[in-house]
Ligand binder design. Structure first.
Ligand code: MG
Ligand code: ZN
Length: 178
């Protein structure tokens, strides 16, 4: 079993632009590449877990999602960063695209995607972390030994299941102190 860092995508790896799917709109957050390289060097699998309700809303398709994600994975790979897996939820209850109008177990704060990743990639949850810009990205930390990091520059206090870092520089510092 291997430890992993579960990464939310929008607002965590890249700047959150509503319902992003175009490569030309994609923009990394400051310091994320360096931090991910360091985490991987420390032995963590890097696993993306992302809600993509834009698919259910009909703003873009699963193919559009895949196109951007494949580009991003290959761009990171060119920078020496390997993404072990990416897991997404396309669903939304009441959505206009009927196929995705589902009460699923994978739309965060639900935790289905994390367990799927853990099983497929043989992840040691007790040694793993989840990083996201919303509390819904850290629900898995309530159910398992996964430790949470909330990223963002708003002044928020750490909760009992997560630690707050303002940016990726602070996350790097946090990991270097562990
Ligand atoms: Mg987010
Ligand atoms: Zn889902």
């Amino acid at each position: 079993m291997k430890p992993a860092v579960f990464l939310d995508r929008d607002g965590t790896i890249n700047v959150d632009k509503d319902y992003l799917y175009r490569i030309e709109d994609f923009e990394y957050l400051n310091g994320v590449e360096e931090a991910l390289r360091q985490l991987e060097r420390s032995g963590f699998l890097l696993v993306i877990v992302t809600n993509q309700s834009g698919i259910a809303r009909g703003y873009y398709t699963e193919n559009d999602y895949r196109h951007l994600m494949d580009w991003m994975i290959s761009d990171l790979s060119g920078k020496g960063i390997h993404i072990a897996g990416d897991y997404f939820c396309p669903h939304l209850p009441g959505a206009v695209v009927k196929k995705y109008d589902v009460e699923c177990d994978c739309r965060k704060p639900k935790t289905g995607l994390y367990y799927r990743a853990a099983k497929e990639l043989d992840i040691d949850m007790d040694k793993s972390f989840s990083i996201g810009d919303k509390l819904r990205d850290l629900e898995i930390c309530r159910e398992t030994g996964v430790k949470g990091i909330l990223i963002g520059d708003k002044n928020r206090d750490s909760g009992d299941h997560y630690h707050v870092c303002r940016n990726w520089k602070e996350i790097s510092e946090y990991f270097s102190r562990l």
